[in-house]
Design a protein around this ligand. Structure first.
Ligand SMILES: [Zn+2]
Length: 292
């Protein structure tokens, strides 16, 4: 191994137990974004906040999902971006394979929302389903947002591309596509409405015995800033103000009740707790254990 050549990271998975469930964080990659993506801070303030936490001066957003194993069934929460977002991303399938799970074994996919870094991994370059058996669950509000009368445009207004993506996604999973409310979709797993980032943005809550885990989707994108300062939003939030309110509410709830959290953009491996600190909150990563 040479001294100064880039070398690949060794592993993109990490496991924890939630009662009867084994939950595995599965990384999809890391993507640098310009400081302007954060709403409510100047680029200089972003750089200052990040370097104070020993991060590069521009936001580096971790992307990932979670595999849930329970009584022989395999559930994937979000699928990463596939080949839609460049060379530092799209590693979810390779990482799943390292724990012996190929896409054909996945029984169900739970989506936090339909953005490409969460659902883009569901189809390949030919727009064919990557997960041949999986039943797909998403919120009815997300379904309405993407497939209703006024479909979303992306940041530069290229709605053609966005609509092609969304239509292709639903078509690839025709007959296996299930918009749901907040009911259980499998024993011990239910959706939690967390609107703002998108109208149907969802968390997925797992409970077993007296243990629970809330996978909170995109409540934060740059957690080293937004957990301490929940008022900082994301320009990709469909409703920044609603996103801010939802973030404050859910941070209060998980801190008050001591609920373990996961999140698609928490820094890998993305299991931890939130504690209250004066005006804001602090993220406390979970202890890594060799056996779960
Ligand atoms: Zn996201």
């Amino acid at each position: 191994m040479s001294d100064n050549q880039t070398v690949q990271q060794v592993s993109g998975t990490c496991r924890r137990r939630v009662g009867e469930f084994i939950v595995t964080a599965v990384n999809d990659g890391l993507i640098p974004l310009p400081p302007e993506v954060l709403d409510g801070l100047t680029p200089d303030e972003v750089a200052t906040a990040l370097t104070a936490r020993f991060r590069p001066p521009e936001p580096h957003v971790t992307v990932g999902g979670y595999l849930i194993e329970h009584r022989g069934s395999l559930t994937l929460v979000d699928t990463g971006c596939g080949d839609q977002m460049g060379p530092t991303m799209g590693r979810m399938i390779a990482n799943l394979m390292t724990v012996g799970v190929d896409p054909g074994r996945i029984d169900r996919i739970l989506l936090t929302h339909l953005h490409a870094d969460h659902a883009g991994g569901m189809f390949d370059a030919d727009m064919a389903a990557v997960f041949p058996r999986a039943e797909v669950f998403l919120s009815v509000d997300e379904e309405r947002h993407w497939y209703g009368d006024t479909p979303p445009t992306d940041a530069v207004g290229v709605s053609e591309h966005v609509n092609g993506y969304a239509r292709g996604l639903r078509k690839a999973y025709a007959g296996r596509w299930h918009p749901v409310g907040e009911e259980e979709v499998a024993p011990g797993i239910r959706r939690v409405a967390l609107p703002g980032h998108t109208p149907g943005h969802s968390g997925w809550h797992i409970s077993s015995g007296d243990e629970e885990l809330l996978i909170w989707g995109d409540i934060t994108h740059v957690p080293v800033i937004q957990i301490a300062r929940p008022e900082v939003g994301m320009v990709f939030d469909v409703d920044v103000e609603q996103g801010r309110n939802t973030r404050r509410q859910i941070l209060d709830r998980v801190a008050s009740d001591g609920i373990a959290i996961g999140g698609m953009h928490l820094e890998f491996p993305g299991f931890g707790h939130v504690v209250r600190t004066g005006q804001g909150y602090e993220y406390v990563p979970a202890l890594w254990r060799p056996e779960v």
